[in-house]
Design a protein around this ligand. Structure first.
Ligand code: AMP
Length: 451
């Protein structure tokens, strides 16, 4: 197994990594860092939680500090990220990793006053982390020049396309110098992303740590069939019964998220909504209170939740089942991180049975049903031979499922031992700071890589 030294990182970066408490590189790190240090382009299939930020930030920082620049600072690395939260988290990682380097970085995103961002840009920065809208805005106003960028990182590319950023990405690409190093990271690799990657990566090294299959196998999951009108009472009951201290609830709409926050408050449960209509300061505040534990429940829509890096979430509620099976996998991946155990509850009403069928097809097994609650509603159980609900063909990721004919078999055999054992296993998953857990995680991931 690799350690950070053997990946060729400099003393300053090794020190920063050590201060972060990392002992062993994650698979995406040990596979991406050496080729990136060699100047290669990298195409990474990895989602948040795999350590992908360090996988690109560390080598970018190292190469940048190796090639000292003279004269005024200018943007040498551009990281594009789909959401403000993710952009802020990436920037925060750059702070940690560049602690012992003379590198200045800045994050810019919309929804906040641009003046502080402009002032920072005017002082000169080396690394710019940005969401596409604000980036193009400030380029349009003449505050940003991308003409000397040496590294271009496109993060969460699938999410970028889902959010309709493809034209913005192409505009940005046109402003970059031809000679540069490129990195693209995406949780899934549908054809649209493969095509985008082919359009600007050169002879890229492909790194695939697709963690979804590990994730779903190792998180305890339960489905509860329930009438739509009873979902609220059901969730309140579970939150109280299980004394949930840190949970995320997913709703389909922003309106639904707001409504549920109010309803939870009426039952004495402190919650906050996080979605695209909330101002940046409200989102930042909600996330901070949640991390601190002042707010027990975060009620989120998919887009806002993506990339939220809170390590000790114990419960994920799919209050509305997603109509896109991939989203289910991303959502439940919010729990059981960093060595904590977690459970994911899915509420399925009679309009959502088809979605459940689609989700179970994607993950390759039937999720255990909890029918012991007072709201159990048989009318929501999928009919035999029921067809999956609406599935977006381009991004559903079904190709992944199809690519491994043995996967379903393996999953079914693993199912025998759940849920007890899976809870146990999930408590060991993604332990970012404990050596044994990392080993276990790496072993599992590399097992998956071989598939
Ligand atoms: P990311 O996938 O980049 O969002 O990282 C997920 C989390 O893992 C972050 O909290 C990182 O600080 C942490 N992390 C990244 N690399 C390692 C590592 N090698 N060992 C332990 N934790 C890590």
């Amino acid at each position: 197994m690799h350690d950070f030294q053997s990946l060729g990182l400099s003393e300053q970066l090794l020190l920063a990594v050590e201060q972060e408490g990392y002992t062993t590189p994650t698979p995406v790190q040990s596979q991406s860092i050496p080729p990136l240090l060699d100047g290669r382009d990298v195409l990474g299939v990895a989602q948040t939680g795999t350590g992908k930020t360090a996988a690109f930030a560390l080598p970018v920082l190292q190469v940048m500090s190796r090639k000292k620049q003279h004269g005024a600072r200018h943007i040498r690395a551009l990281v594009l990220s789909p959401t403000r939260e993710l952009a802020a988290q990436i920037d925060e990682r750059f702070s940690a990793y560049s602690e012992h380097l003379d590198i200045r970085h800045k994050v810019i995103f919309g929804g906040v006053n641009q003046n502080p961002q402009v002032r920072a840009l005017q002082k000169g920065i080396d690394v710019l982390v940005a969401t596409p809208g604000r980036l193009l805005d400030l380029i349009g106003q003449g505050h940003i020049d991308l003409g000397r960028v040496e590294f271009f990182v496109l993060d969460e590319a699938d999410q970028m396309l889902d959010m309709g950023f493809i034209r913005d990405i192409k505009k940005v690409l046109n402003l970059l110098p031809k000679q540069r190093q490129n990195l693209l990271f995406s949780a899934t690799m549908p054809k649209s992303i493969a095509d985008l990657a082919a359009s600007f990566l050169h002879n890229a090294v492909k790194v695939d740590v697709s963690p979804e299959e590990v994730t779903v196998d190792r998180i305890a999951q339960k489905i509860m069939f329930v009438r739509k009108a009873d979902k609220r009472r059901l969730i309140v009951k579970i939150i109280k019964q299980e004394k949930v201290s840190k949970g995320i609830v997913f709703t389909r709409t922003k309106h639904g998220a707001n409504r549920l926050v109010k309803q939870l408050a009426q039952s004495g449960i402190n919650a906050a909504a996080i979605h695209g209509n909330k101002s940046q300061s409200a989102r930042t505040k909600a996330l901070a209170s949640f991390k601190k534990g002042d707010i027990k429940m975060l009620v989120a829509t998919d887009i806002a939740s993506r990339g939220i890096d809170v390590n000790d979430i114990t419960h994920v509620f799919n209050y509305d089942l997603p109509n896109e099976p991939e989203s289910y996998v991303h959502r439940i991946g919010r729990t059981a991180r960093a060595g904590k155990s977690g459970i994911a509850y899915g509420f399925c009403d009679d309009t959502e049975s088809g979605y459940l069928v689609g989700i179970q097809q994607l993950i390759g097994f039937d999720i255990d049903v909890d029918d012991t609650h007072e709201f159990h509603f048989i009318g929501a159980i999928p009919k035999p031979n029921q067809k999956p609900g609406k599935i977006k063909s381009a991004t559903s990721g079904n190709s992944k499922n199809n690519s491994n004919p043995n996967k379903n078999k393996r999953r079914s055999s693993q199912r025998q031992s759940r849920p007890q054992q899976s809870n146990q296993k999930s408590s060991n998953r993604n332990s970012n700071r404990q050596r044994p857990s990392n080993k276990r995680r790496n072993r599992n991931r590399s097992r998956n890589n071989q598939n």
